[in-house]
Design a protein around this ligand. Structure first.
Ligand code: DQA
Length: 147
């Protein structure tokens, strides 16, 4: 089965963006780590990034259809700032029925109060936050544990 690793706004800037918060690794490094983690669990990887909310909604809906068809194990979703703003992404996860893991590189609860609320947490299987880029591998392992 495939795992969709879906990254939202500004994650294309990883490596240069606030390295004290997000580390020095680039999105290409994240993809390489996810490729390894997926291979270790017998998954194929579909790795994507978009700065646009509607593109992320479309990707979640597509993932839901693939999961229903039996070809997708679930989604590892770092929605970036849309985590804290997007009813549309909440509705997409809920409406598609896809198994999603919410992922944050940083510990959002140790940061500004506007990052403490997530519209996604009520509709995902679980949340991984604060473990840096290796958190992506933890999320993929979690999906493997559910399979
Ligand atoms: C983030 C945390 C969000 O609050 C922020 O807007 C991001 C990245 C993280 O991975 O730690 O863009 O999701």
């Amino acid at each position: 089965k495939t795992v969709l690793v879906l990254n939202g706004p500004n994650l294309n800037l990883l490596g240069t963006r606030e390295p004290a918060v997000y580390g020095a690794q680039t999105l290409a490094d994240v993809e390489a780590l996810c490729t390894k983690a997926c291979a270790a669990h017998g998954f194929k990887l579909d790795f994507r990034q978009s700065n646009q909310e509607g593109v992320l909604v479309d990707a979640i809906q597509e993932a839901g259809r693939e999961q229903t068809a039996g070809t997708l194990a679930g989604v590892v979703f770092n929605a970036g700032a849309y985590t804290h703003t997007s009813v549309a992404l909440h509705d997409a996860i809920k409406g598609s029925g896809v198994t999603a893991i919410e992922l944050h590189i940083s510990n959002v609860h140790a940061r500004e109060s506007f990052r403490h609320h997530s519209f996604l947490s009520p509709v995902v299987k679980g949340v991984i936050a604060g473990f840096g880029v290796p958190g992506y591998a933890l999320a993929i392992a979690a999906l493997a544990g559910m399979a």
